[in-house]
Design a binder for this molecule. Structure first.
Ligand SMILES: [Zn+2]
Length: 269
């Protein structure tokens, strides 16, 4: 009996207990960290990796290649990961008092569109992607009568500035005339502190890349006419700006006209 007991004890000791795994260091490198570019810290590489995966998801939603529920659970998971990695990489949190008007050399008088300022939230569903309804956005127009995407007074491009702080989580750099893509060359910036997704569409060029951290007022793009409708002659040159607040995986539109009217403005650059 005693022998059997000691044999059982021995068996118990040699079988690895699942709880032993919990004793391993929690910060095991993941694949993104192992593939860090020279000069890039592992935490920055992991953040870029998470942004790349979010961008892939965003493109699938945009193109109607993923149904709503799997898209929503993936979005929740990836944004939580981006937020965590943003904090680990030293990303700062900003509030509305730091917001900057998104066009250098312009202010909220450049937002037209009647009493609702062009903002129509009804009919909008983020998960319908490029086919979405509504217009959960403000359009901010530049002086460009000849439609060359240059400011008519300065004869120079107009710089798009980040309204919020955050991180570039999705973008499209490639857009050509004839593409059905409505946003053209666009950027999505995620503000982890306030759970906002901010969308900047119709740019002529992008000045930032996936995983770049920005603060309010940072230059992120140049105003352009890219996008299925924005390119047409009847469309005056503008920035299309949407601010969505993520609630339980639902990006819901916010009317930020009043906030933009009170935001800091920055001179043309
Ligand atoms: Zn618009």
């Amino acid at each position: 009996m005693k022998q059997l007991f000691s044999a059982l004890i021995t068996l118990f000791l040699i079988i690895p207990s699942p709880s032993l795994h919990a004793l391993q260091p929690p910060d095991q490198p993941d694949l993104a960290e192992l593939s860090a570019a020279p000069g890039q810290s592992p935490s920055a590489a992991a953040l870029v990796g998470a942004c790349n995966r979010y961008n892939d998801l965003n493109t699938s939603i945009r193109d109607g290649k993923i149904s709503k529920e799997p898209a929503r659970s993936a979005l929740k998971r990836l944004l939580a990961e981006v937020r965590q990695r943003y904090e680990l990489a030293g990303g700062r949190n900003y509030t509305k008092t730091d917001w900057t008007f998104p066009l250098a050399g312009y202010d909220s008088r450049a937002i037209t569109g009647g009493s609702n300022k062009g903002y129509i939230a009804s009919g909008y569903d983020f998960y319908t992607g490029n086919r979405h309804g509504g217009h959960p956005a403000v359009d901010i127009f530049i002086r460009d009568r000849d439609q060359d995407s240059l400011d008519d007074r300065a004869n120079r491009p107009v710089t798009v500035l980040s309204v919020t702080g955050g991180i570039v989580v999705a973008l499209e750099r490639e857009w050509e005339q004839g593409s059905g893509l409505r946003g053209g060359k666009y950027l999505w910036i995620y503000d982890p502190a306030n759970d906002l997704l901010v969308y900047y569409a119709h740019n002529s060029e992008l000045l930032v890349g996936l995983g770049d951290m920005v603060k309010p007022g940072d230059a992120i793009a140049k105003v352009g006419r890219s996008g299925f409708n924005a390119h047409k002659r009847r469309s005056p040159t503008h920035l299309h700006l949407s601010v969505l607040r993520v609630q339980d995986g639902w990006p819901l539109p916010l009317n930020v006209y009043q906030d933009l009217a009170h935001a800091k403005t920055i001179a043309a650059q």
